[in-house]
Ligand binder design. Sequence first.
Ligand SMILES: Nc1ncnc2c1ncn2[C@@H]1O[C@H](COP(=O)(O)OP(=O)(O)OP(=O)(O)O)[C@@H](O)[C@H]1O
Ligand SMILES: [Mg+2]
Length: 259
Amino acid sequence: MTDIISKKLESKIDNILNSKRKRKHLEDGFKKGKTINEVLDKRTVMTLYKMITDHIIAYVNGTVSAGKESVLFWAVDEDDQNVALKIYLISTSNFKKREPYILGDPRFLHLKKGTKNLVYLWARKEHRNLTQCYNAGIPVPRPRYVTNNVLAMDFVGENGAPARQLLTSDVDENDYSQAIILLKDLYQKAKLVHGDFSEYNIFKTENGLVVFDLASAVDLRHPNSDDFLKRDINNIVRFFTKRRIPVEDSEKLFEEITK
Ligand SMILES: Nc1ncnc2c1ncn2[C@@H]1O[C@H](COP(=O)(O)OP(=O)(O)OP(=O)(O)O)[C@@H](O)[C@H]1O
Ligand SMILES: [Mg+2]
């Protein structure tokens, strides 16, 4: 049933695009493999459509932030709850940069070749990392669903405006302690090293810090997990030092987190 509707929708999209293509200024439209705004290639539109027919979301409101590797959309579910959709870009994907965070992780031993599959894998990896954290009681956006290059999670913030990152927040000693506890719980409870832990990937909410952007997180058994952890510690120590908050010694923190 859904299949028939999908086929119909697909041909509808094709028709619209074909007719638009005839108008000069939209020439590049959704040609096979081409993208609009770097995100909405036809396959991604179909993925979003399927998420609607599968009742994962009711509708998509618009973009919240556009990065080089992903774009974040604000969607709403059938209970009027805000949903964050992280859409990984297939066209601009730079897998070389991601390789070190997936090769060596025993959870992902069998890699299928091809950019598309690797982007899908990256989305699944972030979903899996979020789930591991969520189940361990670590404050992360609650993961909801992943399919192809689209990851759905709870929206942190209000009315389509994300909560403030640490970067743009006033911070105090309590935030520092919370950040260190996050690193420690990630390591000891979720058995993960974030890999991109910084003031950019932590929200400061009225209920405390929330860590996100977990695509780079690796299993503790990853051969470079210690190096990634050291870098994570250095990032956060550097940030709080800049903000004139007293910090502990990085090596001491490393010992404490890994003991
Ligand atoms: N669950 C969420 N709820 C609300 N906003 C979110 C959520 N996740 C991410 N965002 C917003 O989207 C931005 C980008 O998300 P994220 O850091 O996960 O992606 P990224 O790959 O690092 O993107 P960029 O290339 O922009 O750094 C965040 O800075 C934040 O403002
Ligand atoms: Mg980020």
